[in-house]
Ligand binder design. Structure first.
Ligand code: CA
Length: 223
C-alpha cells in the first residue's frame, strides 16, 4: 500500500516513515500542510497519517479540502494529548481514526492496518487468497503454510493485489501505488516484478487480463 505521512516534526516524520516502510508500505512524506494537501490530492495514496498542527495549512483544513474534493482515502489524524475538541473536530472533518501524541509506534501501525483492512473488506490482519496467506501485522507470506521469501518490492506488489482480490490492476495503477512521488516510474518494470512474483507463487494465482492488466485469483476457484 502507499501511505502519505504529513508531519512537520522532522524526528517524528522520519520515525513514522521508517516504521511504516518497515511494515511493507511505500511511504511519501510532507512537512507542511500545503505540500501534504497537494500529495493527497494528486497521488494514488491508500491511507494518510495526518498531523493536525502543521505550518502553512493546518491539518483540519487539509482534511476538509480533500473530503470536499471527494478524496475518500482513510485518514488517521495525530492530535495533541488531552485536546478532546481536536478529536471531535477531526472526526467531523472526515477523519477515520485518531491517535493522541505521544503514541507508541506499534499502536499507530495497528490502527493503520485496521484502516487498510476496511478498504479491502478484510476482517483480520491475515489475508488469504487460496493457498496464499499474507500476514499484514508481521509482513510475512505463507504458501500452503510454508514461509515464502519475497523482496520488499514483491511484498508490496502482492499486498496490493491481495488487498483487492479479483480486481484488475493496470500497470499504471500498480506503479502509482508502488512508487513514491518524484520517483522514476516506469510501468515496464512492473511487468518484470509481476513476472518474478508470479514465479514464486503457485501456478494460476496471478492472471493476465489481456490489454487491461493483472489480477490475483484463487486458482482452485477460477479453474
Ligand atoms: Ca505538528
Amino acid at each position: 500500500m502507499r501511505i502519505l505521512v504529513v508531519e512537520d516534526d522532522p524526528v517524528l516524520r522520519q520515525q513514522l516513515h521508517d516504521a511504516i516502510a518497515a511494515a511493507g508500505h511505500t511511504v511519501d512524506t510532507a512537512a507542511d500542510g500545503v505540500e501534504g494537501h497537494y500529495l493527497g490530492d494528486v497521488e494514488a495514496v491508500d491511507a494518510v497519517v495526518l498531523d493536525l498542527g502543521l505550518p502553512q495549512m493546518d491539518g483540519l483544513t487539509v482534511l476538509r479540502r480533500w473530503r470536499e474534493a471527494g478524496r475518500q482515502m482513510p485518514v488517521l489524524i495525530l492530535t495533541a494529548r488531552a485536546a478532546w475538541h481536536e478529536k471531535v473536530a477531526g472526526m467531523d472533518a472526515g477523519a477515520d481514526d485518531y491517535l493522541a501524541k505521544p503514541f507508541h509506534m506499534e499502536e499507530l501501525l495497528a490502527r493503520l492496518r485496521a484502516l487498510l483492512r476496511r478498504l479491502g473488506a478484510h476482517s483480520s490482519a491475515q489475508w488469504q487468497c487460496g493457498p496464499i496467506w499474507l500476514d499484514t501485522a508481521q509482513a510475512k507470506v505463507l504458501i500452503n503454510g510454508a514461509p515464502l521469501a519475497l523482496t520488499s518490492h514483491e511484498f508490496k506488489l502482492l499486498s496490493l493485489l491481495m488487498q483487492r482480490k479479483e480486481h484488475v490492476f493496470s500497470r499504471t495503477e500498480l506503479s502509482e501505488h508502488l512508487y513514491p512521488y518524484d520517483s522514476d516510474r516506469d510501468s515496464n518494470t512492473i511487468e518484470v516484478f509481476v513476472a518474478r512474483l508470479r514465479k514464486k507463487l503457485p501456478e494460476g494465482c496471478i492472471t493476465t487480463v489481456r490489454g487491461l492488466g493483472y489480477k490475483l485469483v484463487d486458482p482452485a476457484v477460477s479453474a
